[in-house]
Design a protein around this ligand. Sequence first.
Ligand code: SF4
Length: 238
Amino acid sequence: MPVKKSNAPAQKAAGGHAPRRGRPRARKPDPAAAREIFARFAQASPEPRGELEYVNTFTLLVAVVLSAQATDTGVNKATRALFAAADSPQKMLALGEDRVREYVKTIGLFRNKAKNVILLSKRLIDEYGGEVPRSREALETLPGVGRKTANVVLNIAFGEETIAVDTHLFRVSNRIPLAPGKNPLEVERGLLKIIPKEFMRHAHHWLILHGRYVCKARKPECERCGIADLCSSKEKRV
Ligand code: SF4
């Protein structure tokens, strides 16, 4: 929620002139505060988990591809039946695009996503022996897979210390601020710099969950925020 601006007239300084208002100083991330923030996240939730459901690395990849601009809950509703029918690239290809489309039709952009699921299954079979590759470059060549999806798969399936910047990470990182940036890549780079190594593995889950359930877009729930004393957001409400 935007900060309410005061309607009070500017107070005049001695001599009758209004005090000069310089540019507001940019809020800078504080490494010591960042360490304390992640220490608290770790204490509250030592093993955070994402909310997308999957049964193996292939279905994780498909679930993340389907989750673009959709909620995890909505994706899970559709994928329970889809993954029961097809949990490998071979089975997905055999199922065919029309049937995949039927399974995922409740998810936004489902036509394009169904097409990508079939194309990426075929590519995995043709070029990677039916396995999901453990490399960003290879993952990003798959249809429907961009940097964010690759980062999620590398982090969850392969335990790599990657940061996938979604809408929640972008907002929270700019708000606190942890890693201000104009686009997801800037925020990702800032987070990789400021997050202490021992917290990197789970950082993206902690930030997603914090953004989804506490530091919400329109009404951050600052009164129950465990890091409020370390946050210098203009939107802070405590
Ligand atoms: S104090 Fe409010 S704005 Fe700051 S991180 Fe917590 S919920 Fe977000």
